[in-house]
Design a protein around this ligand. Sequence first.
Ligand SMILES: *[C@@H]1O[C@H](CO)[C@@H](O)[C@H](O)[C@H]1NC(C)=O
Ligand SMILES: *[C@@H]1O[C@H](CO)[C@@H](O)[C@H](O)[C@H]1NC(C)=O
Length: 470
Amino acid sequence: MMSSQWILLVIIAANLVYCNENEIKDTTPIVYEPSWVYKCMGTDGCQRSDRPRSLVEDASSYYDSLALCRTVCGRFGGLWPKPVSAVLSMQTVKMHPNNLRYDLSNVPAEAREMIAQMTQVTSSNLMAECAGNVTDLVDTRVVVYLTVRGNNLELTWDTNEEYFLDVQMKDGGVAVRIDADNVYGARHALETFSQLVTTDKPDQSHQPQCGLRVIIGAKIRDKPAYRHRGLVLDTSRHFIPMKDIKRMIDGMASTKLNVFHWHVTDSHSFPLESTRVPQFTRYGAYSSSDIYSVEEVRQLIKYAQIRGVRVVIEIDAPAHAGNGWQWGKDYGFGDLAVCVNAEPWRRLCIEPPCGQLNPANPVMYRVLRNLYKDIAELLPKPAVLHVGGDEVFFGCWNSSEAIVNYMEEKGIERTVDGFIKLWGEFHTNALQAWDEELKSLGTDEPQPVMIWSSELTQAHRVQKYLSKDR
Ligand SMILES: *[C@@H]1O[C@H](CO)[C@@H](O)[C@H](O)[C@H]1NC(C)=O
Ligand SMILES: *[C@@H]1O[C@H](CO)[C@@H](O)[C@H](O)[C@H]1NC(C)=O
């Protein structure tokens, strides 16, 4: 064991080295940027001073950082999207995430676990304001009192996302009160609360120090203007790594978007792993690493839910389906899709690579149903599926002998209206498969589905092939 004298010696030696380094540094000329400061100009936002802090006249009316100025300036401060109403003071106090507590005593037991995860996201977002290290330690206690009135954890178009948020000084600490109908409204309130907090690190500071300040004196009422606030991402044309999808979800959460429409497949590639149909990725992924595993998708859905975002998976069909579906013949099932990667593409699809499901092959419907079953098992209830339904290219179906024969057998003419009829039949069958799979998982009520607008949904056709109730 090392004696304490030894440790002392080591420390002294270390200090000597440290001091020497400092002396060298002190003699090195370092040109510091002048420290600009910012003034709140009301609705015109924050304006930088025309001279450094040491030379401005009414220094006390300036803020050290643009971030701090923006957080307190104007009617809505740094809040985005703008809430329905907000009364904000321009007063802030220092705070530290270590002294931030969440009081869940007014949260129903069934909702506590989810709320706890939502508060963890808030706390780590606050830490991230200082790149994970809030060095300015202060004792101010900040308590967030959450009142969640219901225990419904479903996120749907009917979810009431309204919330109330109130921040006041109380007994030398900061009391934050959140009132919401359900966990998702409460989550939005937490998001808004984090927008009342900012770093006060001066913009030109060369110090590693970083502290947080929170507005004290805020009364906010908010609810969304639109029930569906979505973003669509295509991961078929290009594979997007899961970490980047999660980063996008973070951005959606911070702006209170609530639907991630995942255009996961298309004719280009099929990156979504299916337990029941492993051929989809085996034949359709760009490479063995360009795949979203079932477990990753499960985690993403959870990740998004904690951030108030519902994942709507789209399996585009019957058009925009090719790679991933081209193995039917190898398995003795016939063509599951036709025109896959066919050329000249201009005669067979709207854009390359071509591919359309084969509505004349009953095995195609069995395979599609298995995929739907996998998806139904992954999604939280009530599950919403996007069934695709855009840009069917009749020249492709018209070029397939099997499909032409099928149409003849069923007495469907090879006119535009005939192909529309075949297309409508596809969606009727696909929807029935989805409904039956949901039913087998305990959802008896038919659920709304999403579909692209297209020739099929034109005013004079839509009700002939698609139920307005769905
Ligand atoms: C945080 O900052 C302090 C003070 O600058 C430093 O001592 C500490 O090592 C930092 N911690 C991390 C995890 O970066
Ligand atoms: C399908 O092909 C037939 C035979 O070439 C043609 O007469 C018909 O017009 C085509 N239908 C469509 C909708 O293009």
